[in-house]
Design a protein around this ligand. Structure first.
Ligand code: PXP
Length: 247
């Protein structure tokens, strides 16, 4: 079954914009899980621009209540890794983090030996802390990079779909992305890694990927929260879940 992970960072972004206690990320997590989301994804960034430390535990309580996974996105800064170890989420997605970026801009550069070593060491530390923990690495659909992932103690990769999603939005040709994802899917099957997708996806752009059965999990945030302005969060999540199940 294809899984839908809802990233609720953007709810925290709205809250932080005015410094009021609303909208509540706890209520958002509850609503998403109550309307078909298979997991909640949050990114605790070093600069705490949206999700705060207290949100992590509060959202984790909600996912536990529903018996659904919390997927915590983190960079490999030691302070953040320590918080992740104390939290013991079900999944951790390791992402690159750059303070200047508006949002995560691409996958981990595992071809850079320094980055590779840092990510590998963080994953070993996280796995040693919690044997049940599953880890995904946020990467590009590149053969060399995927082979490097297999040298790290991880369970899945999350393929960066931002460029695909932008091309789809602009009505450009997406055939080369689909071919890339077909190749990454079969390589991941060979390497024993789960094949997840995330970043920039919309209701329309995810449809093409679902129809071609390219990924087992989609993590979507920005579009869901934006579309909720018009349709409401529960409806958007319900519709998206239906779309994913149609496969
Ligand atoms: N997956 C990862 C690894 C991300 O960093 C993000 C953005 O925080 C998402 C998925 C969700 O992306 P979007 O908000 O563009 O749907």
């Amino acid at each position: 079954m294809v899984r839908l992970g809802v990233n609720i960072d953007h709810v925290a972004t709205l809250r932080q914009a005015r410094g009021e206690p609303y909208p509540s990320v706890v209520d958002a997590a509850y609503t998403c899980l109550d309307h078909g989301a298979d997991q909640i994804t949050i990114h605790l960034r070093e600069d705490r621009r949206h999700i705060q430390d207290t949100d992590v535990e509060a959202v984790h309580l909600v996912t536990k209540k529903f018996g659904k996974p919390l997927n915590l996105e983190i960079g490999v800064a030691p302070e953040i890794v320590d918080i992740a170890m104390a939290t013991r989420p079900d999944w951790i997605c390791v992402v690159p983090e750059n303070r200047e970026e508006k949002t995560t801009e691409g996958g981990l550069d595992l071809l850079n030996p320094k980055t590779f070593e840092k990510v590998k060491a963080a994953c070993e530390k996280l796995k040693a802390n919690d044997e049940q923990l599953k880890i995904s690495l946020f990467v590009e659909a590149n053969e060399e990079v995927l082979r490097k992932c297999a040298e790290i103690n991880c369970d899945a990769v999350e393929i960066h779909t931002g460029d695909y999603a932008r091309a789809h939005l602009n009505g450009e040709d997406i055939a080369s992305y689909i071919e890339q994802y077909e190749r990454s899917k079969s390589l991941c099957a060979e390497l024993g890694l789960g094949h997840h997708a995330g970043h920039g996806l919309t209701g329309q752009s995810v449809k093409e990927l679902v129809e071609k059965n390219l990924f087992v999990e989609y993590n979507i945030g920005n579009w869901i929260i934006c579309q909720s302005v018009f349709d409401g969060l529960s409806k958007v999540v319900e519709n998206l879940k239906e779309e994913l199940q149609s496969k």
